[in-house]
Design a protein around this ligand. Structure first.
Ligand code: ADP
Ligand code: MG
Length: 265
């Protein structure tokens, strides 16, 4: 893999951080204009929920997780692959950046199989094809990736061709696959908090894993920590920072980060 590709930064933007007049897009464009290759992965489950509610599509839950039936999958594809992805790409291009929006289906970037039958059409990633990413990065574009994958393994004939994948998982898998310089999660909290609600600035992979096991990290923080651990197999640093505060991304890259950093010590 080329050197330039090695230095890419993978940034995951969560549902809470876009559309709130934040400075994340500005920071992404700033990094690009200063020669830093950036890959953006986004979520947007909250926007999907809003559209499902608007369409009066009933939602089934299993152990607190939404079951993705065929109607929900269509909504995920339309809303994440269309609306949310294009809003981010438009915002980057509008500020003078150069971005191309794709889903994990494009260029067969993300290949997947069913994660758990009970959850419906939700995928586990089995392979990352980095070819299209490399092409886009070399041409000077920021790939902006919607978390939808090609349903490529053990697919019944009558099943849909794509699966809904967790955005945090996608970011971790991509960072690992391209050997990113670092993986950065922008979310709506200061970072990983301890049991008394205090920010933990630094963690080793095993300490981070322990926070999941003990339940100190729960809900939406669990896939983030798991993705950090996955990325650290081939990436030196993974961080979780507050995307709702001004310029946290730029500060993090410039070594003035104030979130949580997980790294092999
Ligand atoms: P995103 O849209 O960025 O994926 P999520 O809501 O999925 O955001 O995940 C972030 C949330 O994880 C926080 O808002 C918080 O409620 C929850 N969380 C659970 N455990 C922790 C923890 N130990 N430290 C920080 N946040 C935590
Ligand atoms: Mg989340």
């Amino acid at each position: 893999m080329s050197n330039k590709f090695k230095k890419a930064i993978v940034v995951k933007i969560g549902g809470a951080t876009f559309g709130s007049h934040d400075t994340t897009i500005e920071d992404i464009v700033y990094l690009q204009q200063h020669g830093k290759p950036v890959v953006v992965v986004h979520g947007g489950a909250n926007v999907v929920t809003e559209w499902l509610t608007r369409q009066k599509t009933p939602t089934k839950f299993v152990q607190g997780e939404r079951v993705t039936d065929e109607a929900a999958l269509e909504m995920v594809t339309a809303v994440l692959g269309g609306l949310v992805n294009k809003e981010i790409v438009a915002a980057i291009n509008d500020l003078g950046g150069r971005a191309v929006g794709i889903t994990g289906v494009d260029g067969a970037l993300l290949q997947s199989k069913l994660r758990n039958k009970e959850l419906g059409y939700v995928g586990a990633i089995v392979k990352v094809n980095t070819g299209l990413l490399e092409t886009l990065l070399k041409a000077g574009f920021i790939p902006v990736i919607a978390p939808i994958a090609l349903y490529s393994e053990d697919k019944p004939d009558d099943a849909p061709p794509v699966l809904n994948v967790n955005g945090d998982t996608v970011a971790g898998e991509i960072a690992a696959a391209i050997g990113a310089e670092r993986l950065i999660f922008l979310t709506d909290v200061a970072g990983i908090l301890d049991s008394s609600g205090k920010l933990i600035p630094n963690l080793s992979p095993s300490e981070a894993g322990e926070l999941v096991t003990s339940g100190v990290a729960s809900g939406g923080m669990v896939p983030k920590i798991k993705a950090c651990l996955r990325a650290l197999s081939n990436t030196s640093t993974a961080c979780i920072i507050n995307g709702t505060k001004p310029h946290t991304l730029r500060k993090e890259i410039e070594g003035k980060g104030i979130g949580t950093t997980i790294s092999k010590k």
